[in-house]
Structures are given as C-alpha cells and as structure tokens.
Design a protein around this ligand. Sequence first.
Ligand code: NAP
Length: 281
Amino acid sequence: MRKVKLPGGENVPVLGLGTWFLGESSSKFEQEVSAVRYALERGIRLIDTAEMYANGGAEEVVGAAIKDLDLIKREEIFIVSKVLPNNAHFEGVIQACNRSLRRLGVASIGLYLLHWRGSVPLQETLHAFQVLQSSGKIRNFGVSNFDSRDMEEWYKCEGGGALATNQILYNLSRRGPEWDIIPLCKTRGVPVMAYSPLEQGRLHNFPVLAQLAARHGVTPLQVALAWVLAQENVVVIPKAVKHQHIDQNIAALEITLKAEDYDLLDAAFPPPSGPSQLEIL
Ligand code: NAP
C-alpha cells in the first residue's frame, strides 16, 4: 500500500481504519473485534482510535483484535489514539496515555493526538507529549481539529516543530481545509489525516457519485473515498464494521479517477474560494 512519511521519518499507509462508535455495546463486541481482525487480515496496518470513543471501549476492541497476534505482527500495526482536551494538562496526558496503552495492550502508540483544542496551554500538552515520546510510550505526536491559527500557535511552542499530523474533517463535501490547512501542512511537510472521509455514509446520495460509480463499476462511496485517497500527502481513515465495506474501501485504492471525473466532482463539490471556519464532527 502507498505510504506517506511522517516528519519523524516513520512511513504510514494512506488507508487506515476508523473506530468511532466501536465498543459501545457489549453485544456487538465480538462482531467489532472480528471486523478489526478482518481489516488486518486484508492488509490494513493503521488503526485510528481515541480514549473518547465509548469511553475507552473502542481501544478495548482494538486491543482484543490484536491480542493474539504474535509480537512481530503487532509491532507492524500503527495505532493512532487521542487524548481528550479535559485530560490535556501535563499529568492528565501521562495518565490518559497509560490507560490507553493498557486498553490497547501495547507498549507504544504510533501517533498520539490532542483530540481538539481546549483550555490547557498548548505548551503544557506538548511537554507531556515530549516526555511520553522520550520514554517510548508514543513514537509521534500531533493534533486534531486544529485550524491554521491553532497550528501556527502550536508551531510557536518550544518543540512544536515535531508535529506529525493534523487530523481533520475532510471529504468531498468538506473541502474548506484546501484553502489554508492543507497548504500549511504541505509547507511544513506534515501529512493531513482525513476523518469521516465518507461523511459517515451521507455522501451516498449525490447523483454525481452515482454517475461516476456506474462509469467505474464501483459504488458511490468508493468514488468518494478514491477522491480523498488521490489527494497528495493525505492519510484516510474510513470506519467500517461490515466486511463488505472493508473490502470496498481497500478496493478504492485501485480506482483511478480521470481528469473529466475530477471536473464533474469539482462542479458538484466546489473547492473553497476563500477562508472558512474549520468544520468538526
Ligand atoms: P466515515 O468513515 O466517513 O463513515 C463511516 C460509516 O460509513 C459507517 O456507518 C460505515 O458502516 C459506513 N461505510 C464504511 N465504508 C463503507 C462503504 N464502502 N460503503 C458504504 N458504507 C460504508 O465516518 P467516521 O466514522 O466519522 O470517520 C472515520 C474515522 O475517523 C472515525 O471512525 C474515527 O476513527 C475518526 N474520526 C475522528 C474525529 C476527530 O475529531 N479526530 C472525528 C470523527 C471521526 P459500517 O460501519 O456499518 O460498515
């Protein structure tokens, strides 16, 4: 699978698996563990999760899915997790990370993000990230839902240059970041991580996607995913529990959109013509 390089040098695959809403119901636990395992069997090596999702329940699903893998294979899996803004003070970050490591059953998290900006000074959170990195508990750190001004502030902090990503809402119907955040990330050599790339399934109903899906012999949501995957320097993390959806999302890596496809998509989902507030889900 195609990879992008994080500023720290580690290469990560452009397609991962999201886990929001996993772990919320014990009756679905086994089905969700099996979905994560299936994704791993099919070659997915990046999993996005967060302490927020089901209050740690999603991390437990991921932990259960990777528990029986041998050590070498487990180390191949790149886990992204996030600390809540309420826990973003120094001690809170350290403790939240320790809880996440326990639930995930791993010694180290590949990429640890501040889920969104709260009231704790960025320098304090960053300092905790540095301490976690020095002790090997996290390998890279970054932010999520930061607009370009937040990012600039982060960069002004001591050690802020080590930012590994900004995870943001980005899909065909949410192109605002193309105006400022994505160019800023490009200048800084930081990959963008696109969350809700399918707009949680809502992109399904757009006629232009049905038209292009028929042209390529795929589904409308595969076209939507192929469009995000085709963006340079972007990691995409669709969430899917249904095995068929996991298969379709992996197959979207093989879809090559043509210039005329992009024109149709740009007409239906115009790129931004000015700055806008960063949208959040
Ligand atoms: P999404 O990935 O855009 O959409 C997920 C929904 O689409 C699920 O209902 C899934 O169904 C369905 N789906 C997946 N693949 C499909 C396919 N090929 N065809 C039809 N339906 C398909 O939405 P998301 O979960 O909000 O975003 C993805 C991940 O990004 C999250 O899970 C989370 O890890 C991360 N995220 C981060 C933030 C943040 O603040 N940093 C915010 C939101 C999301 P099934 O599950 O039934 O298969």
